[in-house]
Design a protein around this ligand. Sequence first.
Ligand code: ZN
Length: 449
Amino acid sequence: MCRSGPSCCSCPLMAFRWDYLDRVPTPNFRILIDDGVMVEQVENAYITKTFPNHYSLVTGLYAETHGIVANEMYDPVLNQSFSMETDSIYDSRWWEEAVPLWVTIQKAGGRSGAAMWPGSDVKIHGMFPNQYLPYNASVSFETRVERIIEWFSGPKEEAVDFGVLYWEEPDESGHKFGPQSSSMDEVIVGIDEKLGFLINELKKAGLYEKVNLVVTSDHGMTQLFTDNIIELDEYVDRDLYTWVDKSPVVGILPKEGKLDEVYSKLVDANPNMVVFKKEEIPEHFHYRHNTRIMPIIIEAKEGWTIMQNRSGPFMFGNHGYDNTLRSMHPVFVARGPAFRQNYVKTSMRSVDLYPLMCHILSIRPQPNNGSLVNVKDLLYPEPTLSTPTIPPRVQEYSYAPVVGSLIGVVMVLGFLVVYIRQVTLRQLPSLKHRSREMSQPLLQEDLHL
Ligand SMILES: [Zn+2]
């Protein structure tokens, strides 16, 4: 992810596409898959960009509900702009429409650590993770791993129960070369070697058999072509609108009184883009009910780039497109005491990971769009779900604790490592409720965070 890259548009990092595993030998991923679980197709959150999807993973919410709707945003209520490339990301107000998992864990009496996960170096609802690294792209993957393992290995009263780690590749190279480039082969081999380093360090620390490790990513990547550029200046005067978010899903804020004029100029302008008024955005995107979503959004068809004109920087790979496209889907592999072995699942949604992690941690989730029911087959042994209780969409489950109590989950998100130590209820005396399951996806209106 190019969080610090001045020329790299809005490129979030990671972007380990699900099928990267098949293009070169990835023996370390295979170790985890053989000894754990893999999900072939993970439908992530729309828009398939870095910041929205990282926050979905740790909240279980779609972007319209957690409020991080893009990497570049404008909030008309705050009259403020958010950009990955400015210090605006440290303003808590952008993040507090939701509660990230580390805050929930800490309020329940647990401890958490984050190595450069987006948002983890921001004070949210009055808290940072107990341990965290401020974002600094120059810190090596190895250092991030060593730090997170230190956090897990500390004295019992200081050790974290949950950890996340973020890594910038293969997103950066994917933008530069495009996923179809043979140059990506070497990058993927390098990522697999980094995973091997993580596995080895976990073993050296005596954590490998105790920690639940989730390796996933925020999104995939698709190839772009210089012939496939849409230039908005051909269709509408740029004085009529403000360009808020970037290709491939462009947020358009029309100037006062110009909404219909801008829309009419764009709606049928080019067959390789789809133009929505906000209220027309398809419901299945879960991308409508937030003031930070602009009055008009333009979605490029896969492989196309939207620019104002060709003078801007061009990337040979990008993401952000329709989240039902397979090219946008991330890798998902998990291994540890809570997970089955040698099990392949066809599909899940990325928002389902949140209730799964809460289940492993034995904490009560915040209201969310995910469903433990959708992913409980990944677990060993599968939890027993009782009949629905009141409210009817919520189910209680009885959790069969996995042997041992020092169990974490590490999630590597594309390279993002989420480390979650599983804890028992006994270890969280302040927790009065067992984890609960939202058996049906919540609409944004249903949530009262
Ligand atoms: Zn990116």
